[in-house]
Design a protein around this ligand. Structure first.
Ligand SMILES: Cc1cc2nc3c(=O)[nH]c(=O)nc-3n(C[C@H](O)[C@H](O)[C@H](O)COP(=O)(O)OP(=O)(O)OC[C@H]3O[C@@H](n4cnc5c(N)ncnc54)[C@H](O)[C@@H]3O)c2cc1C
Length: 311
């Protein structure tokens, strides 16, 4: 296997796959490495209905189409291959991949995405995708005229809960504290919304149902009294964890570990670009990751061209 590439892309979610498509089509020698299957979080999405140009399909289908497209232009792809270590400090970057050894490149695009923070309960795993969701934009429409629960008390939790009232007949916001951390304007907006109900200072005890989620069971933190909330859906908005541990103290991040870039996806290191959900940004969607991947690839091509003229 070749050891030296023009660009190595870390992560084959929509950001990484898009970068792979653009780079290989521009005749760059590219290696795309992913610790799992190609597609990233898209694979978790049973139905994707908001990717322009593609009518409702599964996340798996979009992932496989993007992968075929990248390979058709000559992109080299390694899946089930976790990246164990990186050295991005020199002009020639190195990437160590489990069982495959070390690869080298003039530029690196990091696109290792992230995962929504989970409650960590067994029943949460059971109903994931069949009632439990972490993405209102993606799945809100599936709960039209249904009663749902939204868990969380930060800005995005309340904003998403308000957004969900466009679909659901009732949204019960369940929060662990007796007050919200969200800003007053969005708390007020939620309070004014007739469809929103509040259950404060509650622990999530369990999720239950037959084939799909049917209820969320909570318990009061003060009295311990249990409440069963009928719910066809439950949205968990308790934060997001970027997969950026590997880049700690190497790339600049914010306090949440999200990588800081400029508008052209440059990081603080020359020849290193970041794209997708692992960046500091507000909206995390397939389309926004695809856009980031495009920009990162074009910036990397510019970087390589400039490097050639100065070498
Ligand atoms: C359940 C669910 C449903 C969703 N539904 C929709 C929807 O309908 N519409 C929509 O637009 N968005 C949806 N989203 C959001 C969307 O999937 C994400 O915004 C998008 O996938 C982010 O793309 P990304 O390429 O930045 O990162 P990711 O998709 O997170 O991909 C990152 C990739 O990096 C890999 N990786 C991580 N660490 C390493 C490592 N050390 N070495 C190698 N590889 C590594 C991972 O395996 C992964 O494949 C959904 C998300 C979830 C969780």
């Amino acid at each position: 296997m070749n050891r030296k590439y023009d660009v190595i892309v870390l992560g084959a979610g929509p950001a990484g796959l898009t970068a792979g498509i653009y780079l290989s089509r521009a005749r760059q020698k590219v290696l795309l490495v992913d610790s799992g299957t190609a597609g990233g979080q898209m694979v978790m999405s049973y139905t994707v209905a908001n990717y322009p140009g593609v009518e409702t399909t599964s996340g798996w289908n979009i992932s496989q189409t993007m992968l075929r497209q990248a390979k058709s232009f000559g992109c080299n792809v390694l899946t089930q291959s976790p990246v164990l270590g990186i050295d991005l400090s020199d002009e020639l970057k190195s990437v160590e991949v489990e069982d495959e050894g070390t690869f080298y490149a003039d530029a690196v695009i990091v696109a290792t995405g992230g995962v929504p923070r989970e409650l960590g309960m067994q029943s949460e795993q059971q109903y994931k995708g069949i009632g439990i969701s972490y993405c209102a934009t993606c799945d809100g429409d599936f709960f039209t005229d249904k009663e749902i629960v939204a868990i969380g008390g930060g800005n995005s939790a309340l904003e998403e809960a308000v957004g969900l009232t466009k679909f659901a007949s009732k949204v019960t916001i369940v929060h662990e504290f007796d007050h919200f951390q969200a800003q007053p304007w969005i708390v007020e907006e939620a309070r004014k919304n007739d469809k929103i109900h509040f259950l404060m200072a509650q622990d999530i005890v369990d999720f239950a149902g037959d084939e799909h989620l049917e209820k969320v069971i909570v318990a009061s933190k003060t009295t311990g009294a249990k409440t069963e909330i009928p719910a066809a859906g439950c949205f968990i908005f308790i934060g997001y964890v970027p997969n950026t541990g590997m880049f700690k103290n190497i790339l600049d991040t914010n306090e949440h570990g999200e990588i800081l870039t400029d508008h052209h996806m440059h990081t603080n290191l020359s020849g290193v670009f970041a794209a997708g959900d692992l960046r500091e940004k507000r909206y995390r969607q397939i389309t926004t990751s695809v856009a980031d991947g495009t920009i990162a690839a074009l910036s990397a091509i510019d970087f390589l061209q400039q490097k050639k003229t100065t070498d």
